[in-house]
Design a protein around this ligand. Structure first.
Ligand code: KG4
Ligand code: ZN
Length: 332
């Protein structure tokens, strides 16, 4: 069964073709990062307009990559939320138009379920259910139990900023551009994580996260020192990153233990972070759980993960009708 996935929830215009929910035969992503960079963040209306301009060319690119046509498609999966509503509407309306014209089954997919599904794509070893998932992106930081495809239980989430948002905001303060997460990660690799003392929030306070206090602590530090350069900049990035990782990893370890789960999936853009990946790898070895992290291009937004999540819903017989709407805030 070949599923066409469409993703347009934020600043990536993406289309993909996935065979039987597992094998990616095409994966086209047009990143709008360059468009939004001069504004220091995603501008919703510009994102919507860029999706309008780019989605059909991205679909054409996906079919070209696969050497297939719409005649080969058995179903369509599209992100219906959460995200920027104007951006989501472009993908939803395009998917509905194709489904209507071709009389194809259609399914709306939760973007977060998409991130959680990325680990099943082109993978030799996939996690069994139930497993724990740490979902860390620009909009979300959540600890979730995945009981099956489509069955999730939220254990903890952020009370303020998402972890990716914290990376981007702190990076912006440091003049590192947008999105700053990958730049902070790179600088942190040569920095001393103990150089600047930063708070560890939410210790012993359940499984919820909080990153805004950490952001304020960096801002207060900068008021005293000014924006550092060279080694001092790397040291500050390493110290900040260590504080984020410490919170993410310590809560995840508590959840694994409390739920007696032995399999951990990490997903979302922040799962690209080298420091986080290395720390979790070391914990997995020390504590004896199995770790699954998709390759970086499947951690950030893409449509293959949407096609994967959609596939499992379509084979269960779920369908969206052609009145499908986009929803900006959509719980998992
Ligand atoms: O999953 P994603 O592509 O989009 C959302 O659904 O939000 O995640 C984007 C986020 C951005 O905040 C970006 O700065 C962050 O992921 N990110 C990183 C790294 N790569 C991407 N954060 C830290 N280290 C990285 N290497
Ligand atoms: Zn995302």
């Amino acid at each position: 069964m070949l599923v066409l996935g469409i993703e347009s929830s934020c600043d990536e215009t993406a289309a993909a073709l996935v065979e039987d929910g597992r094998r990616v035969v095409a994966d086209a992503v047009w990143s709008q990062v360059a468009v939004h960079r001069e504004y220091g963040g995603v501008v919703p209306e510009i994102a919507s307009r860029a999706h309008v301009v780019n989605l059909v060319p991205v679909l054409e690119e996906a079919f070209k990559q696969a050497g297939k046509t719409l005649d080969d498609v058995d179903g369509i999966a599209v992100t219906r939320g959460p995200g920027l509503v104007g951006a989501l509407l472009v993908g939803v309306q395009t998917a509905k138009a194709i489904a209507w014209a071709r009389d194809l089954p259609l399914i709306g997919v939760n973007h977060l379920e998409g991130h959680l599904s990325a680990v099943f794509l082109d993978a030799e070893i996939v996690p069994p259910f139930p497993h724990l998932a740490l979902l860390v992106s620009g909009g979300h930081s959540e600890i979730i139990i995945a009981r099956d495809f489509g069955r999730y239980e939220l254990l903890g989430s952020t009370r303020d900023d998402a972890s990716g948002e914290a990376f981007d905001k702190v990076g912006k303060m440091l003049g590192l551009g947008y999105p700053a997460g990958p730049v902070v990660d790179k600088l942190a690799a040569t920095g001393d994580p103990t150089a600047v003392k930063l708070p560890r929030a939410m210790r012993n306070k359940g499984l919820d996260f909080s990153f805004s206090g950490l952001k304020t602590a960096v801002s207060t530090h900068l008021q005293k020192t000014g924006i550092p350069e060279g080694q001092a900049l790397s040291d500050l990035c390493a110290s900040f990153q260590a504080a984020v990782i410490d919170q993410l990893v310590s809560k995840t370890m508590v959840a694994l233990e409390a739920q007696q789960l032995k399999h951990l999936v990490v997903a979302g853009g922040v799962a690209c972070n080298r420091g986080l990946r290395e720390t979790l790898k070391a914990e997995a070895t020390a504590r004896g759980f199995q770790l699954y992290i998709p390759p970086p291009k499947r951690c950030t937004d893409n449509a293959a993960m949407i096609a994967c999540a959609g596939h499992y819903r379509l084979v269960r017989g779920e369908r969206a009708d052609l009145a499908l709407n986009a929803t900006a805030t959509l719980p998992l």
